[in-house]
Ligand binder design. Structure first.
Ligand SMILES: [Zn+2]
Length: 320
């Protein structure tokens, strides 16, 4: 008996954990699991661990291998999608270019499609999250860095060298904070977890009024983006000034993206976006100022909906 192929496998490779999921071809998650990422010995165990974990779990779930359409995978670093290789996966211990596609296809017997982790998270949100399966969805993720992915006409934008969709390096403040990329004033330097803290520290120097945040900074206490948002919600003046400035930069960058692509939604996700509606509404207010009139009435500023599952779901969609 020949069984229909109706299952996708998604793999979200990160520096600390590797997340896996088995989904239906409609994107319903049926099984999820994760393993630790073993970055020892230049990350040479990572690919074999992925192969073993997939084979092992197909046995546990007694899922016929004939039903698997393929594997999709998101990874840090720069991805050669045709060769299926990853460059610059430094947080995986991969100092040199790492072949991923060949060994995983050989080890599992399934075809593998691979892309950058921020891109697959964008695909996940576009398919099953805030994007409502629309063909035009833009995604910005705020974490230790600022990443993103742009889906236009149902396709991810990669550009000629894979740098398309690097929304964290939109310059929002000419001659602003120095960025790891070598430019100055990139969004990442203001809207990442450390960027928000940097902003707060600079504001604290100029502010002479009463503020718990200012006192914490002056006392040398550890300040995180979460503390800044929590204090802002409590009404702390300096914390609110910081969040307002962050929302200004994000609104500016989100409008720039929206004005080019006119997506149905520009979706904001990642750890810093855990502040939720408190942040979204402020970003939207600034976005409205900079958005082109037709864009203002047709594009929506939304919060991500899938959380940590965006990666495996989007990765699985690559295999469709
Ligand atoms: Zn930059």
């Amino acid at each position: 008996m020949i069984m229909a192929k109706d299952k996708l496998i998604g793999v979200d490779l990160g520096g600390t954990t590797i997340k896996f999921a088995i989904l239906t071809d409609k994107g319903e998650v049926q099984q999820k699991w994760s393993i630790q990422t073993n970055i020892l010995e230049d990350g040479k165990h990572i690919v074999p661990d992925i192969i073993d974990s997939i084979n092992h779990h197909l046995n546990i779930y007694q899922l016929s291998r004939e039903r698997i359409i393929g594997i999709g995978m998101g990874t840090p670093g720069t991805v050669d999608r045709v060769a299926g290789a990853v460059k610059g996966g430094y947080n995986l211990g991969w100092a040199n270019e790492q072949d991923v596609k060949g060994p995983i296809e050989d080890g599992t017997g399934f075809p593998l499609t691979i892309d950058n982790d921020a891109n697959v998270a964008a695909l996940g949100e576009a398919w099953k999250g805030a994007g409502n399966n629309d063909d035009d969805v833009s995604f910005i993720t705020l974490g230790t860095g600022v990443g993103g992915g742009l889906v236009a006409n149902g396709q991810l934008i990669h550009g000629v060298a894979g740098a398309g969709g690097e929304v964290g390096h939109i310059i929002v403040e000419p001659n602003g904070y120095e960025c790891t990329c070598g430019n100055n004033g990139c969004l990442e330097q203001y809207a990442s977890a450390t960027g928000v803290v940097h902003l707060a520290q600079d504001f604290a120097e100029q502010y002479v009024g009463d503020s718990k945040l200012k006192k914490m900074i002056n006392d040398g206490d550890e300040v995180t983006s979460k503390i800044i948002f929590d204090l802002a919600k409590e009404g702390d003046y300096l914390a609110n000034e910081t969040v307002d400035k962050l929302a200004y930069y994000l609104g500016f960058a989100a409008a720039a993206i929206s004005n080019i692509l006119n997506p149905s939604a520009i979706v904001i996700g990642g750890g810093v976006a855990a502040a939720g509606e408190f942040l979204r509404s402020r970003v939207e207010k600034n976005w409205q100022i900079f958005a082109f009139p037709t864009v203002r009435t047709s594009t929506k500023v939304k919060l991500a909906e899938l959380g940590n599952d965006a990666g495996v779901i989007g990765a699985a969609s690559l295999a469709k």
